[in-house]
Design a protein around this ligand. Structure first.
Ligand SMILES: Cc1cc2nc3c(=O)[nH]c(=O)nc-3n(C[C@H](O)[C@H](O)[C@H](O)COP(=O)(O)OP(=O)(O)OC[C@H]3O[C@@H](n4cnc5c(N)ncnc54)[C@H](O)[C@@H]3O)c2cc1C
Length: 404
């Protein structure tokens, strides 16, 4: 049993593998969070020959929530391809085209065509493709991790239901409100960026739109819309004070980081509808007004990470995906980062287990390759928002160097 539950693990990184993570053995790997990053990590590890992999998800159902459009770039698509997920399974509209439209007075005044280096999927399509490939017994739902400590030198996880599980490696892929980040890297806090991504799913079986359309109606807003199976997925970014956010969604942004359909009351609907009426061309106003299923995500910032891996007793814990570095949605990098980091982690662990690579060095190399991409996205978010006049201007986070 746990000697103690750590709130701030300490200890210098080791240079030699010891204990159950030794070369050639099968380590026990616990992945926390059964969304895109966690499921991808579990599948990659199983695919690489790790047999003792458990995936713990706090939500009680297989799908913690539904989700909309996600652009994946070629490296992430390639990772999924290597897992046997054919693009036809997750890409409903095979378009690389992005139409960027400047709107003034609710009229298109300028249109530019861009080519996206990837394809659009949806959270729901991708999550289904991932979970349907998990072997029976890997995914454990209704298991919320609350703490990490050690037992006889081995990392020990504590769960909300009072149970405990040991592991040699703990992979926290538990999203932007990450428990893992709170335990391992407690000084990094989320801050509300002053605007909201309002999302909607409009069932329109006859939709003529085949590409991604981005409308920029002027300072303080942006409207994106794209086809998804059975309709249109739209995201309307609007500046919003914390007080107004609380009024619309029943709790402050730091507490309600996903406003689900049942949190969207009449005030929130009226707020979005009024902005659509005032700012968007007529067909898009109709799309927004007739959308029944809506969600909202407050855009958050976080101090840049300086490391991705921590020694815990004889084992390790790592952060990846939104748990490591939630980035602003219009960078379109969050899921890409998580998938790319998962592939890099699986490669590092495989080199260690199969060929005896030094584990600390392998994790350091993994961190050195993936931290800069996460930091770049953290810095890119405020720059995009500033260009669009969205939210409250934030001081640019200072670049930091890796420490592990
Ligand atoms: C409007 C919008 C548009 C976006 N567009 C893009 C895009 O185009 N491209 C892109 O790459 N990204 C995009 N993103 C970002 C992307 O959706 C996220 O980065 C990605 O879904 C994060 O996945 P994740 O698995 O790391 O975290 P999450 O999806 O947040 O999953 C975390 C999981 O961990 C579980 N969990 C949490 N705490 C615990 C615990 N203590 N114990 C056990 N389980 C726990 C949760 O229930 C959840 O299932 C967008 C985001 C938004 C909001």
């Amino acid at each position: 049993m746990a000697r103690h539950l750590l709130t701030h693990p300490t200890g210098a990184p080791r240079s030699t593998p010891i204990g159950p993570l030794a070369h050639g053995t099968q380590p026990r790997i616990a992945v926390i969070g059964g969304s895109l990053t966690g499921c991808t990590t579990a599948l990659l590890l199983l695919d690489a020959g790790f047999t003792d992999v458990a995936l713990y998800e706090a939500a009680t159902g297989v799908a913690p929530r539904e989700g909309g459009l996600i652009g994946l770039e070629h490296p992430a698509l390639d990772v999924l391809d290597r897992l046997g997920i054919d693009q036809s399974e997750i890409v409903a509209y095979n378009s690389e085209t992005v139409w960027q439209v400047t709107v003034r007075g609710r009229q298109h005044i300028h249109t530019a065509q861009q080519v996206y280096p990837g394809r659009n999927t949806t959270w729901t399509l991708l999550h289904h493709a991932l979970t349907s490939r998990l072997p029976d017994g890997v995914l454990h739902t209704g298991r919320r991790v609350t703490g990490i400590g050690t037992s006889h030198g081995q990392p020990l996880l504590a769960f909300a239901d009072g149970s405990r599980e040991v592991a040699d490696l703990v992979v926290f892929a538990d999203g932007r409100a990450s428990t893992g980040r709170r335990l391992l890297d407690p000084s990094r806090r989320l801050r509300y960026a002053g605007y909201v991504a309002h999302r909607g799913y409009a069932p329109t079986p006859e939709a003529s739109l085949r590409d991604f359309l981005r409308l920029e109606p002027g300072p303080g807003c942006q409207y994106n819309v794209a086809p998804i199976p059975g309709g249109l997925d739209w995201t309307f970014y609007l500046t919003c004070t914390p007080v107004d956010y609380t009024h619309h969604f029943g709790a402050p942004p730091e507490r309600r980081m996903f406003a689900l359909p049942h949190h969207i009351g009449p005030a929130a609907r009226a707020h979005v509808d009024a902005h659509a009426t005032r700012l968007l061309p007529t067909p898009h106003v109709a799309t927004v007004h007739t959308t029944a299923v809506r969600m909202a995500v407050p855009v958050m910032d976080i101090d840049p990470p300086t490391r991705m891996a921590w020694p815990i007793g004889h084992g390790w814990a790592v952060l990846l995906g939104d748990a490591l570095a939630p980035v602003r949605p219009h960078t379109a990098r969050g899921a890409n980062n998580g998938i790319e980091q998962a592939a890099g982690l699986a490669a590092a662990l495989t080199q260690h287990r199969r060929f005896g690579a030094d584990l600390a060095a392998a994790l350091r190399g993994w961190q050195r390759r993936h931290l800069p991409t996460a930091l770049a996205a953290i810095h890119q978010g405020p720059a995009i928002a500033a260009a669009l006049g969205l939210g409250t201007p934030t001081p640019t986070p200072q670049p930091t160097s890796a420490s592990t």
